[in-house]
Design a protein. Structure first.
Length: 603
C-alpha cells in the first residue's frame, strides 16, 4: 500500500535528520568572474540506487544574489564529492555550480528539501526541510584573470536580440566553426559506465566500428598540465579537443543521450533503461572535459536527443523523465559560459512540445543560454515557422540535404525571423547527402563544393556559422571518427572564412544584399554606402551598385587566407553599377572581395 505523503515525509525527515547531524557548507573554485564557483553541502547519506531517490526526491536550489539580482541555481547529487576520481556511487555531497557575472560580494541562500518528486515540484519550498535549508553566507568575486581564447576571458556567449551571439565581457560577436562529428563524442572508453549496446543501429551501406571511441591518434596532442581523471584517464579526448582548438575551431556538437539511436552508446543515467537515476562519476568526468573546452574557447553544442529517441522520455511529452533530464543537464553544466542547448537532432516532436521544452529549459537555466533545434531537410517551414517570435528560442540548426541551397535557406530564416521581431542565429550544422557530408581530405582535398556552397553560402547570407558532419561511407565518419586530422584541410578553410569576416568586415552591421550585384550566383553582404563583401563562387566578374564616393577594392583568397590583395581604387561619380573582377588569378575558382569607402570616417 502506498504511504500517505504526510507520513512518508515525517518518517523521511526523522531519518535524514539523524544522518545529517553535522551539516557543512563549503565554497570552492576560483572566486573570479566567469569562473565556476561550487557550493557543496553535506546532506543525507545516499546512493545512486538508494531510496529515497537522491535525484528525484531531494532538491537543492541555491539563490545567489547581488544587489537586486537573484539567480536561482539548481543543485545536484554528487555522491562522495570525488566521483570522477573514485567512481563513487554513494555519499552525502550535494552541489550547485555557479557562474558569477559580476565582481564584488555575492550572498547565497540554500533551499534544501526532501519530498516525493520534489525535484520537479512547481513549489520548490515544499516538502520537508533538510539540515542547511535556509542557510546563508557570502563570498567575494574578483575580476576575470583569463586571457586569449579562454571562454572565461570573453564572458558568457549570449543572445542579444541580433543574428549573432555575443560574448558578454569582450562584446565580440561569435561566428561558429567546428565539428558536428562524431555526434557520439561522449561515447569515450574511459568514461565510467559507457559501452556500446548490442541493439545499436546501422545505416544502410554503413560500415563502422561498434567500439567506443579511444581517440588514440590524439594522444600526442595532450599537454603536460592538462586534466585527467582516475590516475591518468582522459588524455586522448583532451588531446582531441586541443587539436581542434589549435586548428582554429570554436565549437563541438555532441549528443548527451542517444539510447536507441544511431550510436546507442551515450546516456547520463546509471543504466540505459533507467530514466530517473544519474551516473555521478560519469557526469563528473564529462564536466572535466567540458571545463577544458572552456579553457580552449570551444562552445558546447549540447544535443539533448535525436530523431530515433525523441519519443523515449515520457512518450515525447514533458513529463517526469524529461523534466528531470533537463534539470540534471542544467544543474551540472549550465555554468559553462559558452553553451548552446539543442532540443533535438532531426526532431519529430510536435510544435507544442518543442515550445514546452524550450520554455522548460529557459525556466531552469539561470543564464538563459541560447536554445535551438535541428530538423530534417524539407521540414524547415513546418518546424521553424511556429517558433518565429518565440521568446525561449534563438534559431534553427539547419541540416541541408542539398548544400547548394544553404545560401537561400539561411537568408530565408534570417529575413523571416527579423520580420517576426526576434532575429535568429541561423547556423548550418549538417550537410548531406548523409553518406557523404564532408569527406576526409584524402578523398576531397580542396572541399570545393562544401567551401563554396555551404561555408560561404551560410556566412554571406548573414548566418551564424557552420559545424561539419562526416558522411557514413567514409573513414572517420559520424560515429567512428577517431582522428579530427582526417579533415585538417576543412578546418583550415573554415578558419580562412571566419577570419575574413572577423578581421576585415563590420559583419554584424552588414545585411545580405544580393540585389546589389548583377551576376546570378554571386553573393553580397553590405552596409550600403560604406562597405561591401562580394563572393564569387566561380570567379569571373559582376556589377556592383554603388552610390557616389571613393572606394577601394581588395581581393581575398578563400583557399589560402592571409592578407587582402589590393585591386584598384573606385571613384564613383554617379550612382550605378561598377564592374568588378576578374580575380587576380586561378580563373574559375572562388574569390571574395571587400569594397570599402575611403572618403568618409569609419564608425
Amino acid at each position: 500500500m502506498r504511504k500517505s505523503n504526510t507520513l512518508y515525509s515525517i518518517l523521511t525527515a526523522v531519518l535524514l535528520a539523524a544522518q545529517c547531524s553535522a551539516p557543512r557548507i563549503e565554497i570552492s573554485g576560483e572566486l573570479k568572474k566567469w569562473n565556476r564557483v561550487t557550493l557543496s553541502v553535506i546532506g543525507p547519506q545516499s546512493h545512486e540506487k538508494g531510496d529515497p531517490n537522491p535525484f528525484l526526491d531531494v532538491r537543492l536550489d541555491v539563490i545567489f544574489a547581488k544587489g537586486e539580482r537573484r539567480l536561482r541555481v539548481p543543485g545536484f547529487y554528487a555522491a562522495d564529492g570525488r566521483a570522477a576520481e573514485t567512481s563513487g556511487a554513494e555519499g552525502s555531497c550535494w552541489r550547485a555550480h555557479f557562474m558569477p557575472d559580476e565582481t564584488g560580494t555575492w550572498t547565497y541562500t540554500l533551499f534544501f528539501r526532501r519530498g516525493e518528486k520534489i525535484a520537479l515540484a512547481a513549489e520548490p519550498e515544499g516538502g520537508v526541510p533538510l539540515p542547511c535549508d535556509g542557510a546563508t553566507g557570502s563570498f567575494t568575486i574578483g575580476p576575470a584573470d583569463k586571457s586569449g581564447c579562454d571562454s572565461r576571458a570573453r564572458g558568457m556567449l549570449r543572445y542579444v536580440g541580433e543574428r549573432y551571439l555575443q560574448y558578454s565581457e569582450t562584446k565580440e560577436y561569435y561566428l561558429k566553426g567546428g565539428a558536428d562529428s562524431p555526434e557520439n563524442f561522449l561515447a569515450f572508453s574511459e568514461f565510467d559506465g559507457t559501452r556500446v549496446l548490442s541493439t545499436s543501429q546501422s545505416r544502410p551501406g554503413e560500415a563502422h566500428s561498434r567500439e567506443l571511441h579511444r581517440f588514440d591518434p590524439h594522444a600526442k596532442d595532450w599537454r603536460e598540465g592538462d586534466p585527467t581523471w582516475a590516475g591518468g584517464k582522459g588524455r586522448n579526448i583532451i588531446g582531441a579537443l586541443n587539436y581542434l582548438a589549435g586548428a582554429g575551431m570554436n565549437s563541438v556538437y555532441f549528443l548527451t543521450m542517444n539510447v536507441e539511436g544511431d550510436g546507442n552508446d551515450v546516456w547520463p543515467w546509471i543504466e540505459p533503461v533507467e530514466r530517473l537515476r544519474y551516473d555521478c562519476s560519469k557526469l563528473d568526468q564529462w564536466e572535466i572535459v567540458f571545463s577544458h573546452m572552456d579553457r580552449l574557447g570551444l562552445t558546447m553544442h549540447v544535443i539533448t536527443q535525436e530523431q530515433e529517441n525523441d519519443q523515449l522520455l515520457d512518450g515525447g511529452e514533458l513529463g517526469d523523465e524529461r523534466q528531470l533530464y533537463y534539470r540534471e543537464l542544467v544543474s551540472r553544466f549550465a555554468h559553462h559560459p559558452a553553451l548552446v542547448w539543442n532540443l533535438g537532432e532531426e526532431n519529430t516532436n510536435t510544435d507544442e512540445q518543442r515550445i514546452r521544452f524550450a520554455r522548460a529549459l529557459r525556466a531552469l537555466d539561470p543564464y538563459d543560454h541560447a536554445i535551438v533545434v535541428h530538423t530534417f531537410p524539407g521540414r524547415y517551414d513546418s518546424v521553424y515557422t511556429p517558433l518565429l517570435g518565440e521568446k525561449s528560442f534563438e534559431g534553427p540548426s539547419l541540416q541541408m540535404g542539398n548544400m547548394d541551397q544553404t545560401h537561400s535557406e539561411t537568408y530565408k530564416w534570417v529575413k523571416r525571423s527579423n520580420e517576426a521581431g526576434r532575429p535568429w542565429v541561423v547556423c548550418l550544422d549538417e550537410i548531406g547527402p548523409a553518406h557523404t557530408g564532408v569527406k576526409p581530405d584524402a578523398d576531397d582535398t580542396d572541399h570545393n563544393r562544401v567551401r563554396s556552397s555551404a561555408l560561404w553560402g551560410n556566412l554571406m547570407a548573414g548566418g551564424g556559422g557552420c559545424e561539419w558532419y562526416f558522411g557514413y561511407r567514409y573513414a572517420h565518419n559520424d560515429l567512428n571518427c577517431e582522428d579530427w586530422r582526417s579533415r585538417e584541410r576543412m578546418w583550415a578553410l573554415t578558419k580562412f572564412a571566419l577570419s575574413f569576416f572577423q578581421q576585415h568586415l563590420p559583419f554584424t552591421r552588414m545585411e545580405p544584399a544580393d540585389h546589389l550585384v548583377s551576376r546570378a550566383g554571386v553573393h553580397c553582404l553590405a552596409r550600403e554606402g560604406e562597405v561591401y563583401a562580394i563572393y564569387f563562387p566561380q570567379g569571373g566578374t559582376t556589377g556592383l551598385s554603388l552610390i557616389p564616393g571613393s572606394y577601394e577594392a581588395e581581393w581575398y583568397n578563400p583557399r589560402t587566407g592571409g592578407n587582402l590583395i589590393p585591386d584598384r581604387a573606385l571613384n564613383v561619380q554617379k550612382a550605378g553599377d561598377v564592374r568588378l573582377g576578374p580575380p587576380p588569378g586561378e580563373s574559375g575558382r572562388d574569390w571574395a572581395m571587400r569594397v570599402i569607402r575611403r572618403d568618409m570616417t569609419e564608425e
